[in-house]
Design a protein around this ligand. Structure first.
Ligand SMILES: Nc1nc2c(ncn2[C@@H]2O[C@H](COP(=O)(O)OP(=O)(O)OP(=O)(O)O)[C@@H](O)[C@H]2O)c(=O)[nH]1
Ligand SMILES: [Mg+2]
Length: 450
């Protein structure tokens, strides 16, 4: 492998803030630090993992750029496994950019998205599921999403997959014994026992596969569409659920004409709320376009919040609508604070104005979408990426193919190819086998500086 170069990036997002962090990693990180600072003793005297206050200077003019707190993490005990330097500068637009520029003048290369984490993976600090977890943790918008990512970063998923891989290796060993002892009664396990073991392994893989839909919901948020007649209070409820006035609310029917989307945490779970144009037949041209958009969202929805004003009874058309939606739907009686809003009528009574009924609505949303899909035990591993789910599905298919082949009396040597293929898939999940292309796909979704 080529000797890696030294990379630099700001690790904090651009913008005004108290502090920004510029991160360097690679063989020249310490030397670059030495030349940036006026530390007379030389950078190599920086204590490991101890913040040191020093002035960072322009390598061209020696002009002071900032007073910074510098921390050195000598490899291999660092995030990337290489020598890492973190320079905490004052925040804002100018200073961090100047420090990064100074590092590039001294030979560092601007890092690609996720390149620090990629190096960490390549140096064996993280398996690929852990590297993915870093990205998920940063993107998480709801506590439960973050919790699943953190558990994965803690190798929860990696360990489970390693366990399945070990079972697969044992299974292969049992099969080899068979090939070595062709006499049926000399091998420790009969072929039908080996097939039984394969079925057990398949059910372990299935259990993990079953977490994929929940993982996807946690990652993407449950697509939740507010629908119902014009003026039924959809936008008001949208605003109440996200906690700010984003959607325009008026007493005029047909106010919302375009879909408006926001991701919110509802009792810790992520929901992608979409406010839509009220559905009606006699709408004007722009409103009709909005209604089209609403129908497209409805076709994809994981949950529909169907809003009906207080006393309005559900009409036959409403029932048709509700029967036609893909996922579960909750009927909501809006404007519960109005005197006209009777206790009667089906659905959850909610007032966007007073907040009445919102806790009950939130609880119902979570249980309708996540109950039975996400294990409420917080330490259970969950598949969180399409990459993982695809590879696990292949492994499962191969192990099942193996068991079926043995049961159909296919010669064991031939059947064993299935197990080899399953092993390859599990190794790819962990990143024990990778290609440039896989790594590019995983890491290009990261932010720069991570
Ligand atoms: N008293 C009371 N009024 C409400 C409540 N929710 C909405 N309204 C009023 O009902 C009217 C319509 O509210 P919107 O939230 O714009 O209704 P909408 O369903 O988004 O309407 P369109 O976008 O036109 O389809 C406004 O005048 C709101 O102030 C509520 O909980 N209580
Ligand atoms: Mg509206």
């Amino acid at each position: 492998m080529l000797q890696p170069d030294t990379i630099v990036a700001r690790a904090t997002p651009p913008g005004v803030g108290a502090v920004a962090v510029v991160r360097l990693s690679g063989p020249d990180a310490l030397e670059i630090l030495e030349r940036l600072t006026d530390d007379r003793a030389g950078a190599r005297s920086f204590d490991d993992r101890k913040a040191t206050l020093c002035t960072v200077r322009s390598p061209d003019t020696s002009e002071a750029i900032d007073q910074c707190l510098v921390t050195v993490f000598r490899g291999p005990a660092s995030y990337t496994g290489e020598d890492v330097v973190e320079i905490s500068t004052h925040g804002g637009y100018l200073i961090p950019a100047r420090v990064v520029a100074a590092c590039t003048v001294l030979g560092a290369r601007p890092a690609a998205p996720g390149e620090f984490t990629q190096r960490s993976f390549l140096n064996g600090k993280l398996d690929l599921t852990q590297a993915e977890a870093v990205g998920e943790l940063i993107r998480a918008k709801a506590p439960r999403t973050a919790q699943a990512a953190l558990h994965q970063l803690d190798r929860g998923l990696g360990q489970r997959i390693s366990g399945l891989r070990e079972a697969l290796v044992t299974l292969q060993a049992h099969l080899v014994q068979h090939l070595d002892f062709p006499e049926e009664d000399e091998a420790p396990l009969s072929l039908s026992q080996v097939a039984g073991e394969a079925r057990m392994l398949a059910s372990g893989l299935t259990r993990l596969m079953d977490t994929a839909p929940g993982g996807e919901l946690l990652r993407e948020g449950a697509l939740t569409v507010l629908a119902g007649p014009p003026n039924s209070g959809k936008s008001s409820l949208f605003n109440a659920l996200i906690g700010t006035d984003r959607a325009i609310v008026t007493e005029e029917a047909g106010t919302t004409r375009d879909a408006l989307e926001a991701t919110v945490s509802v009792d810790g779970f992520p929901f992608r709320l979409v406010d839509t144009a009220g559905l009606r037949d006699d709408a004007g041209r722009i409103e009709t376009l909005g209604i089209e958009v609403a129908r497209r969202y409805l076709a994809e929805a994981d949950l529909v919040l169907f809003c009906r004003e207080g006393t309005d009874p559900l009409k036959e058309g409403d029932r048709d609508f509700l029967r036609g939606v893909r996922g579960p739907a909750l009927t909501i009686r809006t404007k519960a604070d109005l005197a006209s809003s009777a206790e009667s009528g089906e659905g959850i009574r909610v007032s966007a104005l007073t907040g009445e009924g919102l806790p009950a609505l939130r609880a119902a949303m979570v249980s309708l979408v996540f109950d039975g899909v996400v294990n409420h035990r917080e330490d259970a591993p969950v598949l969180t990426s399409a990459r993982q789910a695809g590879l696990l599905a292949t492994a499962l298919e191969e192990v099942e193919g193996f068991a079926a082949a043995l049961e159909a009396s296919v010669p064991a040597e031939m059947a064993s190819a299935h197990l080899k293929a399953a092993e390859t898939s599990l190794e790819e999940v962990l990143g024990l086998i990778t290609s440039e292309e896989i790594l590019d796909r995983v890491f290009r979704e990261f932010c720069i500086g991570k």
